[in-house]
Design a protein around this ligand. Structure first.
Ligand SMILES: NC(=O)c1ccc[n+]([C@@H]2O[C@H](COP(=O)([O-])OP(=O)(O)OC[C@H]3O[C@@H](n4cnc5c(N)ncnc54)[C@H](O)[C@@H]3O)[C@@H](O)[C@H]2O)c1
Length: 503
């Protein structure tokens, strides 16, 4: 399928799916309009507990199965749901049991990223609708396969980019796209979010309550041990399972940036630089090796022809920042800054929280504000009832394009990881990559930030990623053969994520 014009294929298949599915107002065959939709929630430690709260609030649904490979987590959640819902869901460790269960209509998943696509594909093949956390996939081809599965099996597939249902952001983007800040060609996504070291790389026991074979799933299970001290959550910073903050917080902001700029495709050129830096200085131990292997400092530039997205990740302290313009736009010199800045010829739109946006004029005066959240899970349930793909606020295709922003940026970074340069050499390299952003200013701000965190910038320290050219329709890199294998992964049987043409 990737040899076809993807955009045309996906649009026509989305339209086809909604036509096919427009008639029945119900999901499961034979279910009456008054009957509750049965929900299975997969992965319920952190974010999954919020999935539980959201479905408990919705009168149209009942949580019937809880899937977690950590039996302690599964049982704890089932006990809690029993108290709130009045009925106790069945706890299971293997998601395939939930998919075989005819009382389950919807599957909602918050597993680690390396499981997202396969969970969604298996669920949809079994006739369930799927809500899948961001990033919707761990690599680019998994996203394409998810779209193919949703269309082939006629299922609703919503991505957990809940800002798509946030009224503040919907209104701010409508304002901007109707010309509210003039012409807009550049969006800067920020994930300035403190991430401390996850501890020394080592040999740690897997918790006794965890089925590690199922947890590893599609990823290689080389050793029944763990290389990070904290088993849950910290996998985000190990590329085998997670995608760093560019692929963790990032997909919220890359999605808003793409949506706001009206970009409906992949970028055609990508360049990243960065590193996993500063923890040695923080620990005052030059030999310290943190267990993570994703960048904690990363700048990625995406060229979409006449438009550009820049995404900046900063995991070290962002307190007392020298970023004058960003400090003004985010109304704070200290603390985390997570959001998107749109640069228009007549002003700026700033998304500074999931429920709030500012509009500034060119002189940096606030001229408008947008407030209000939304109900992203409710939107999913409504679409499962209406059977109309276009009712979804975050259809899987949007999730795929936005997750791919993260994946493409990380591929550039990983390919250049050993290419550590001085600031001068990095600056010279960036001067050859034209973009609507001031690449040099962004680099200098990044260097200042690192200096403040004790990183020795007089030594070679930042890595320059590969400058990648990408064919947005065929989804292949055209200038770097080493890059193409990163669009997928080696799967471990039987947890093999099919390609789009094989779903
Ligand atoms: N939309 C948001 O705002 C938001 C916020 C936080 C996290 N997330 C996403 O939620 C996902 C989970 O993140 P987290 O922080 O909760 O991680 P976590 O490690 O705390 O929880 C993951 C849970 O999934 C379980 N699990 C792993 N493999 C499984 C499998 N095959 N079947 C069933 N259960 C399995 C683990 O045992 C664990 O209980 C991530 O993809 C993350 O990006 C989204």
């Amino acid at each position: 399928m990737i040899r076809l014009n993807r955009r045309r294929f996906l649009r026509s298949s989305a339209a086809g799916a909604s036509l096919l599915l427009a008639a029945p107002a119900i999901g499961r065959a034979g279910i009456s309009a008054n009957e509750k939709l049965g929900v299975a929630i997969v992965g319920v430690n952190g974010r999954g507990s919020e999935h539980i709260s959201e479905f408990l609030k919705d009168d149209r649904t009942e949580i019937r199965v809880i899937v977690d490979v950590d039996e302690a987590v599964a049982n704890r959640r089932c006990d809690d749901i029993a108290m709130k819902q009045g009925t106790r869901p069945t706890p299971v460790a293997d998601m395939r049991q939930a998919f075989e269960n005819s009382d389950v209509d919807l599957v909602s998943t918050a597993t680690p990223n390396h499981w997202h696509a396969l969970t969604g594909i298996w669920a949809m093949q079994a006739g369930k609708d799927a809500y899948i956390e961001k990033p919707v996939c761990h690599n680019v081809y998994e996203g394409t396969a998810l779209i193919a599965a949703a269309r082939k099996y006629g299922r609703m597939c919503q991505v957990g980019t809940q800002c798509r249902s946030s009224q503040a952001i919907i209104d701010a983007i409508a304002f901007m796209r109707s010309g509210g800040i003039g012409e807009v060609r550049l969006a800067r996504g920020l994930c300035y979010k403190r991430r401390r070291s996850i501890g020394a790389r080592g040999d740690y026991a897997i918790p006794a309550t965890v089925n590690f074979d199922l947890w590893s799933g599609p990823a290689t299970m080389t050793d029944p041990r763990c290389t990070r001290p904290n088993f849950h959550y910290d996998w985000h910073w190990q590329r085998h399972y997670g995608n760093g903050d560019l692929g963790n917080q990032g997909p919220h902001q890359t999605d808003i940036a793409r949506w706001g700029l009206g970009i409906d495709a992949h970028p055609s050129r990508i360049l990243s630089y960065g590193g996993r830096l500063g923890y040695q200085a923080e620990r005052k131990d030059a030999a310290y090796i943190d267990a993570g292997d994703t960048a904690n400092t990363e700048v990625s530039i995406y060229d979409y022809g006449d438009k550009c997205i820049v995404f900046e990740t900063r995991g070290l302290s962002v307190d007392d920042s020298d970023d004058t313009e960003l400090n003004t736009l985010f109304r704070s010199k200290s603390g985390n800054k997570v959001g998107v800045v749109f640069y228009g010829t007549e002003g700026f739109v700033v998304q500074d929280s999931y429920q709030h946006c500012y509009v500034y004029d060119k002189d940096m005066n606030v001229v408008k504000e947008f407030n209000g959240g939304g109900n992203h899970f409710g939107n999913f349930v409504s679409a499962c009832q209406s059977r109309r793909v276009e009712d979804l606020n975050a259809d899987v295709r949007e999730g795929h394009l936005s997750a791919a922003v993260s994946h493409l940026g990380n591929i550039s970074f990983y390919l250049g990881e050993q290419n550590r340069l001085s600031v001068e050499d990095l600056s010279a390299a960036l001067s050859k990559f034209a973009s609507p952003d001031d690449n040099q200013a962004t680099l200098q701000r990044t260097v200042q930030h690192l200096k403040k965190n004790g990183v020795e910038t007089d030594r070679d320290f930042l890595s320059l990623g590969a400058l990648l050219e990408f064919d947005p329709d065929r989804e292949v890199f055209t200038n770097n053969d080493q890059a193409n294998p990163w669009l997928t992964r080696e799967y471990r049987a039987p947890y093999i994520c099919p390609k789009a043409g094989e779903v």
